[in-house]
Design a protein around this ligand. Structure first.
Ligand code: ZN
Length: 255
């Protein structure tokens, strides 16, 4: 493993691929593996681990979570099977350690995303139609090298009102041929961690083979990665300054 590479874990519930032939045809080894391959074709900045819910410890044992810089998450039908304890650990990694968290597509309803942003992530959805993904903030690091718009010939309608409160930035907006609209690429900061939600990625659509979509996800991983300081052991960013400031703690005074 190259110490300079970002340690990225792509976690997928990996369920519908096994029961829906259309999904299996499109993503024979699952969306997570297809996305990992596409990302590695795009950049050699990442050391990628793919993980699935069916694996022991739901694919996210402590040692993997603790050595992940950015966690990319895709879940849909099995949101509720993610135990609260695991969700809590993910949230702690994000808020206390600065691990990046990227919620893809139906993960708007996932436990870690909803709890991190403190809302329901609810929205309305429909069938697959033409989508134009507009770049609304071209100067944002996640939009670097991305064209003014991307045409996705088939994506599932996800539409406002999207119950996420007020994100820090709305980098992309989705317009569908039915006239529906969604804040499709949004950022949040929680504690030390950065969070990005990104709408494309319905399991029967080929968006994860679209190079611009993959570049956006690569940009988001780089943006969400913890800064070097967080990764240095012994460099607490938040904590008790008593020792550094030469202050004698009160209880020792009294003792
Ligand atoms: Zn979907």
């Amino acid at each position: 493993m190259n110490a300079n590479k970002l340690r990225v874990t792509i976690w997928h519930e990996y369920g519908s691929e096994k029961i829906n032939e259309d999904v299996t045809r499109l993503y024979p080894e699952g969306q997570h593996k297809a996305l990992a391959d596409m990302l590695l074709r795009e950049t050699d900045d990442f050391d990628i681990t793919v993980a699935e819910m069916q694996q022991p410890e739901l694919g996210l044992p402590d040692r993997l979570l603790e050595s992940t810089d950015v966690l990319v998450w895709w879940s849909h039908f099995r949101h509720d099977l993610v135990p609260d304890e695991l969700c809590e650990m993910i949230m702690n990694r994000v808020k206390r350690d600065g691990m990046g968290f990227i919620a893809l597509h139906s993960s708007h309803g996932s436990k870690p995303f909803d709890r991190l942003i403190g809302s329901t992530g609810s929205l309305s959805w429909g069938t697959e139609v033409n989508e134009i993904l507009w770049t609304l903030l071209p100067s944002h690091p996640i939009a670097k090298g991305i064209p003014p718009y991307i045409h996705l010939p088939s994506e599932e309608i996800y539409t406002e009102p999207f119950c996420i409160g007020h994100p820090d930035d709305v980098v992309f907006g989705a317009w569908y041929e039915t006239g529906h609209f969604l804040r499709a690429g949004v950022t949040f900061q929680r504690g030390l961690g950065k969070i990005f939600y990104f709408q494309p990625g319905h399991e029967v659509c080929d968006s994860y083979y679209n190079r611009d979509i993959v570049r956006i996800i690569a940009n988001a991983i780089n943006w969400a990665a913890p800064t070097a300081g967080f990764r240095d052991p012994g460099m607490p960013m938040i904590g008790n300054l008593a020792q550094e400031l030469g202050i004698t703690p009160k209880d020792e005074d009294e003792g």
